[in-house]
Design a protein around this ligand. Sequence first.
Ligand SMILES: C[S@@+](CC[C@H](N)C(=O)[O-])C[C@H]1O[C@@H](n2cnc3c(N)ncnc32)[C@H](O)[C@@H]1O
Length: 385
Amino acid sequence: MFYCWMAFVSHHTQFTSAFGGLSLFRYSRSRTRTEANLQAWDAADTLLLAHLAKQSTLGRVLVLNDSSGALVCALAQSGRAEAITSAGDSWVAQRAAEENLARNGLTGVNFCSSIDLPDGPVDTLLIKLPKALRLLADQLCRYRALLHQNTQVIFAGMVKHMSAGHFTTIESLLGPTTTSLAEKKARLIFAPVALPASPLPAPVQYQYQGLPLIALANVFSGESLDIGARCLLKHFPEQLPGPRVADLGCGNGILGLWAAKKLPDARVDFYDESMMAVASAEQNAAAWGLADRCRAICGDGMALAEDETYDVILCNPPFHQQQVVGDFIARQMFHDARRCLRAGGELWVVANRHMNYHQSLKRLFGDCTTRSDDTKFVVLTSVKA
Ligand SMILES: C[S@@+](CC[C@H](N)C(=O)[O-])C[C@H]1O[C@@H](n2cnc3c(N)ncnc32)[C@H](O)[C@@H]1O
């Protein structure tokens, strides 16, 4: 049985591209079977690398949205790039890439957050197509200043994730596109640097109870407040068991901001793996005049938090990490929350009722109370014994 499992895992971690073999894993703190099961690359990576192998030099390369580092590892292995920079909005993706580079004894890749601008110029821009069109538009405008008229720009993605909106966005910001043939359900899109630079799109702005909120391009819920978040806010308690609050998976920070607004002695820490999410939460805290009581931390769940720190943790958990759908991140978050609550501290969770988190929370905390239960969302609380 053990032997079979090892064979299964190694089959899913040995990546062969046009530049050679690599051992690649997705980032996982727990390395459960579910996560080990997920490949750290897809057919779009393979297709893009096969295309690049036809070129002897790539110049200075910028790679965007490389989900676990398959592209930067293969490029570092190829020796064809003068410099390689990887940028994206996911802390988890960046950590996976760093670990995979180290695992394969590779160096020479610089990392840049989704908000900062790396050094230019860029001769080859490689973009794994993000799901969010707002992020795509942001990236095309943000990095445009680094491109020159001969920069080759190549997008890679699975055909099922490509929408008309992706093509419209690229064509309105760069110029007319052409595509490769599809291979293993993946396709490349090529675009020239033909159009003049456009200004960075403004963040989404809306109000909650008269208070302004912004959300940078890759932040969950987009144009308005998430209905799950709205549901938790509706049932928000008048009293909390103490002032130390964490907003786990904070997005633009609405849950933690509301706690800080309602309870003048609350001190709130915001956690998210999206760099744009923590930046949005920070900007919103400043706009609400709460910056001195709020702190934002970018990382995987509450991995960076100390044990038994919080009186209350608020969580509207994600149901996917990049393109991978599942409840594995929520489960990891509940474990983090239990570790980081002090005895008597409370975890408040809002989720789609079909996720059935009641059972997982009851198993983990030995306690779970349903605070509200409408047709779509449920608000649950668990108290740490
Ligand atoms: C459903 S959204 C909730 C956002 C916000 N709290 C709200 O209620 O509108 C879940 C959030 O979890 C974040 N997230 C996903 N995976 C994460 C991880 N491994 N660690 C921390 N945050 C994560 C996502 O970036 C997203 O902002």
